[in-house]
Design a binder for this molecule. Sequence first.
Ligand code: DAH
Length: 351
Amino acid sequence: MLNELQDLENQALAALEHVQDEDALEAWRVMYLGRSSRLMQVFGELGKLSKEERPQVGQKANEVKKTLETALASRSEALRRMALERALSTERLDVTLPGRPFARGRLHPDTQILRELYQIFREMGFQIYRSREVETDEYNFQLLNFPIGHPARDMQDTYFLDVPGRGDNPLLLRTHTSPGQIHAMRALAALNPEDPPPVRMILPGMVYRYEQVDARHETQFDQLEGLAVGPGITFSDLKGTLSEMARRLFGPQARTRFRASYFPFTEPSAEFDIQCFQCGGKGCAVCGSGWLEIGGSGMVHPVVLRNGGYDPSRYTGFAFGFGVQRIAMLKYGIPDIRYFWENDLRFLEQF
Ligand code: DAH
């Protein structure tokens, strides 16, 4: 009986070597370990054996059973691995195929240029001050030295809000970011009215004008205002700041130029140009004259300083303001300001 069991084990293990797939493996299991297998018969016959034989045969049968079960499990695992290897060896991956495109969102060119400007001025020590878009006549004009009836108001055709009972101080959509200068100075001066802290900030945001819309004019656009106030600030500081901005925006060889001008809230006042980065000042389709007109600037008018809570006998300051879209149009070669808010994906996807 012991010999028979040993033979049975040898035979089963030999047969297992030839098993090549799951079906054959199952047939093998039924044949050697199934309910009507010879091994199971042996277990059934143990009772008929003599007292001496029974434990020996029983132990041997158990050993054979365990050996076969272990062999079955490892063969099953081997078959699984072989199947996987076969699948992998026939699978082909063409690494030269183009990737699947996926839709990617992007920042609006306006946001991109604003962030670039924030970075440039942040590195020069300017903080951002956000001011309201709905203003009063007082802040938008009067405190900036445009009294009622002042002719310079005509340069900024204004959207007034239809709120009755405000007399000479109607509500309006701000026509420029300059009223933020007054808010900013007053907020800082309130911290220490006797000795207000110096100011170095930029004031970005939307402004609104009743314009005839064309390739260069929109009824709303972004401005970036700058304001620096402190003891001993000079026009050279203004020039250095704007030249540095030009270099960072358009490259190290970018040059700036100032032309005498007039704004009620600065004295002296100047418009500033940046030498065209396309033609280097020779004159081309982008600039015409070789210079790009960027915006206005000047030394803060004493009346404006006083209205902001800064004593003009102790403080001086410079200010500037320009159209953000104008910068973006120059930098990216965008020919028409109306593209910015049409939300045409063919335009937006280029940035
Ligand atoms: N606020 C002016 C405008 O919108 C631009 C401007 C000019 C702002 C000179 C300034 C400045 O701060 O100093 O036309």
